[in-house]
Ligand binder design. Structure first.
Ligand code: SAM
Ligand code: SF4
Length: 360
C-alpha cells in the first residue's frame, strides 16, 4: 500500500485517507476581490462548520442506525478548525454556525468557542439536539461569546420523540434545555422541527402554541432529501404554505421583514411573544440569496448543501501550506458554488451525504 509520511503526526498513513483534490482555478478577478465570491456574484459571508459527524440521536430523517463514522485521524484538530475559521474571516466571513453531528459531543467545544469568541465575528451560533446541555453550560457559552443557539425538536409528544430520534433522551430534557438557553440570553432561541407528512404534521399548530408559551422562534422545516435511509419522497413534504394555513386557523400572525439572506419566512404573533418561521427549501427555494459555505468535520468544503461537488482542505493544512495558499483554496472552492439546487427539475440527483455528515 502506498504510504505518506504525515508531517504533523510523524505517522505512516495510507495515501488514500489524505484527500488531495483541488478545486478548479477561479479567474484572476476572483482572487483580486480578497473576498469569497461565487461565479454568480454572491458574496459568501456565512460559514457552517461541522465539528463532528458523531451523534447520540438517530433521527429518522437524518442518520442511519448503523452509521459509519469518519475515522478519528481524518477529523480536523482544534488548531486546524481555528486556522480555517481565521482564514475564512480574513476573506469576509461574518457569521459562524457550529454544528454537526451533535456539536456538544465535540470534546473541545469550549476551547473552540473561547477562540472564536475573540475573533470579532458578527454572529456566532450553535445548533444542537438539546440532549446534553447541563447546569451552567448555557451561561458559560454566553460568556465565551456564543450569541445564539438553535435546538432541534420535532414533536411535543414524548413517545413520538423517542420514535423520531431513536434515542431515550426525554422530551422534557430538551424542553428544559430550550428554557435554560433562553434564560441565559442566547436569544432568540430557535427551535427547528422537520415536518413530515403522516409523522408530525398534526402538530404544526401545537408548535405555534409552543413558540408563544416558551418565547422562542419556532421554525418549521420542509423535509429535504438528505435522509440516510433515502426514503424521502415529495409526498412526504408538507409545504410551508400548508403549515401557515393550519396555524392561521388558531393564531393571528404578521409577516416580518426578513433580511435578504434569510432562509426562513418569519411571522410574529399579533399578540404575545415568540415567532414562527418556515424553511421552504423544497417548495420555495431561496438559493438566489444564499451566502453560505459548509466545512465538514474532516475538512471537506461544500459550497452548496445539495451539490456533491466538494473539496478537502485537510491535506493542505497538514502539509504546511501558507495562509495565502489556504485563502486561494477557499476562493477557488467558493467560486464553484452552484447557482441553486435542481430539486424541482427532472433528473434531480439527491445528495449522497446526510445532513449529519455535511452539517446542518
Ligand atoms: N445535531 C444537531 C441538531 O439536530 O440540531 C445539529 C446537526 S443537525 C444535522 C442540523 C439540522 O439539520 C437539524 O435542525 C435537523 O432537523 C436538520 N435536518 C437534518 N436532516 C434533515 C432533513 N432531511 N430535512 C430537513 N432538515 C434536516
Ligand atoms: Fe443527530 Fe441532529 Fe441528525 Fe438528529 S438531526 S441524527 S440529532 S445530527
Amino acid at each position: 500500500m502506498q504510504v505518506f509520511e504525515c508531517i504533523i503526526y510523524g505517522l505512516d498513513v495510507p495515501l488514500s485517507i489524505l484527500n488531495t483534490n483541488t478545486p478548479p482555478v477561479a479567474p484572476a478577478d476572483a482572487l483580486q476581490h480578497g473576498k469569497l465570491f461565487d461565479s454568480h456574484g454572491r458574496q459568501i459571508r456565512d460559514l457552517r462548520l461541522s465539528v463532528t459527524d458523531r451523534c447520540n440521536f438517530r433521527c429518522v430523517y437524518c442518520m442511519a442506525p448503523d452509521v459509519k463514522y469518519i475515522p478519528k485521524m481524518q477529523l480536523l484538530t482544534l488548531d486546524e478548525y481555528i486556522r480555517v475559521i481565521q482564514i475564512a474571516l480574513s476573506l469576509g466571513i461574518e457569521k459562524l454556525r457550529i454544528t454537526g453531528g451533535e456539536p456538544t459531543l465535540y470534546p473541545h467545544l469550549d476551547e473552540l468557542l473561547k477562540e472564536v469568541g475573540k475573533m470579532g465575528l458578527k454572529d456566532i451560533a450553535l445548533t444542537t439536539n438539546g440532549s446534553r446541555i447541563r447546569g451552567q453550560w448555557a451561561q458559560r457559552w454566553k460568556s465565551l461569546g456564543l450569541n445564539r443557539v438553535t435546538v432541534s425538536l420535532d414533536t411535543l409528544n414524548p413517545q413520538r420523540k423517542d420514535a423520531i430520534t431513536r434515542s431515550q433522551t426525554s422530551l422534557q430534557t430538551v424542553i428544559n434545555s430550550i428554557d435554560a438557553l433562553r434564560d441565559a440570553g442566547l436569544t432568540p432561541v430557535k427551535v427547528n422541527a422537520v415536518i413530515m407528512r403522516g409523522v408530525n404534521d398534526d402538530e404544526v399548530v401545537a408548535f405555534a402554541d409552543f413558540a408563544k408559551e416558551h418565547e422562542v422562534d419556532m421554525r418549521m422545516i420542509e423535509f429535504m432529501p438528505l435522509d440516510a435511509g433515502k426514503r424521502w419522497e415529495r409526498r412526504h413534504v408538507v409545504s410551508a404554505h400548508e403549515m401557515l394555513e393550519q396555524i392561521k386557523t388558531k393564531h393571528d400572525v404578521i409577516r416580518e421583514n426578513d433580511s435578504i439572506t434569510s432562509t426562513s419566512m418569519n411571522y410574529r404573533f399579533k399578540e404575545g411573544n415568540g415567532r414562527i418561521g418556515f424553511i421552504a427549501s423544497v417548495t420555495q427555494a431561496f438559493c438566489g440569496a444564499c451566502d453560505r459555505m459548509r466545512i465538514m468535520a474532516d475538512g471537506t468544503l461544500r459550497p452548496c448543501l445539495f451539490s456533491d461537488e466538494e473539496w478537502n482542505i485537510r491535506s493542505l493544512l497538514r502539509s504546511g501550506a501558507s495562509d495565502d495558499a489556504l485563502r486561494t483554496f477557499l476562493i477557488n472552492t467558493m467560486w464553484q458554488k452552484s447557482d441553486g439546487h435542481q430539486m424541482n427539475q427532472e433528473g434531480f440527483q439527491r445528495p449522497q451525504k446526510t445532513m449529519s455528515r455535511i452539517g446542518g
